[in-house]
Design a protein around this ligand. Sequence first.
Ligand code: LR7
Ligand code: MN
Length: 489
Amino acid sequence: MRRIRANAIAILTVAWILGTFYYLWQDNKPQSTSSASQSRGKGHGQKVSPGRLEIHRDDRTIPLILLGTFDEKSYLAGKQLKPGDDPYRDHAFNVQESDRLGSERAIRDTRHYRCASLNYDADLPSTSIIITFHNEARSTLLRTIKSVLMRSPPSLIQEIILIDDFSSDPEDCQLLAQIPKVRCLRNGRREGLIRSRVRGANAASASILTFLDSHCEVNTDWLQPMIQRVKEDHTRVVSPIIDVISLENFAYLAASADLRGGFDWSLHFKWEQIPIEQKMARSDPTQPIRTPVIAGGIFVMDKSWFNHLGQYDTHMDIWGGENFELSFRVWMCGGSLEILPCSRVGHVFRKRHPYDFPEGNALTYIKNTRRAAEVWMDEYKQYYYSARPSAQGKTFGSIADRVALRKRLNCKPFRWYMENVYPELRERVTVKQTDSVFSPPQKWKPKGSALQHLVSGLCLDGPTPTGSLVVSQCRPQAASQSWEPQIIS
Ligand code: LR7
Ligand code: MN
């Protein structure tokens, strides 16, 4: 009897030791990372670099407790790629690779090393996470939710509100509501991400709103820096640095920390380098980066401030433009926008939309951006129309409510935004050399506020309705021939 007990103890001890070794070995295994550079966003090619390798020891244990009655295996098994199916067809990313990854992988901590030693208030307010989706892949949606539960202090997560924007299968959302803290709201018809987010915000019970896309993975301590900044000043609207999850192999890649959100006159979003003077003045890489616009999908905002500023323009459809409208509104009506380098969230950037636009992709984008331009851009909207001539004459509905909102909030003019938030935009006028009159030498001299071409005696004029600059007879006081000198660094 005694010998049997001794044997059992010996076997258990050996098993325990082996188990511990296996656990440590698993955790220290290098992740499959790619050092290849990857572009972020729709075709904009800035480099990303691999960051530090950090292992999240708790990743595997916490969710088991947090998932409640949710049966992850059968949820994922309910939607599997059939043999021979194109893995990119339905989601415009490699869903086979996403399915294979599992829902709890460790990712590298891509922050600057100094971020790890920052402290945050112990009494930060909690937040409602709002995720809207239309036909998202189950594995990416689940990984988004689990990364939030794994990598956020539980006390900061009031709830996760999913808005199912009329996906084909209602169970994609409904089954996830078995996870504690997760709620599911389903639209009775396709609304688009803008009205869906407003629905989520209206249902939220926390005082702070956090918006996420449905194919993200949040990184170590992603939430605290954002909530801290908003707690200190409720008019701040803050975003993380958005890392890249490869649409091909799902590698998690660090994005550059020197970027901010920008755009051109056609209201096309792009990542751009922060201006050199600001870059030189940055002695502390953990400090926030002021940004003229946010990418739009991943940000934290005080709920009362979101409501006070008029939520979103709910006449915008499906996708696009709402990030400009929100960004102009925040800056011009007394708030600010920043990117926090100590907060990192990965996002699967795609090259095409995997879903349909009932009124067409181009028309929808024009309608949405036209509404933003008409309400917020004052006389500068002419540059939008020059850059996007096809927008002229397209319907965009009534903007009376939004114009009244702007008046009620007593917001500043777009000129103020141009001068104080985004002066770099003015310089971005390109001269098209279409006329032989420009043949070298190209010499210009100032004539009043006009620029006169020395050889032809004509003045620089434009932009024309098609967005070009031309030369024409000099006309004193003509607004289209009036230029301001700018120092270009
Ligand atoms: O009809 C729709 N209903 C939805 O609920 C269409 C989309 N969606 C959901 C969709 O499932 C996803 O969760 O809305 C979210 C955004 O759509 P994506 O992921 O297809 O588009 P995107 O990643 O290009 O979206 C970026 O631009 C949008 C412009 O309207 C929004 O602002 C998105 O939130 C924004 N995403 C980000 O900012 C993440 C970083 C990417 C960049 C740049
Ligand atoms: Mn997205």
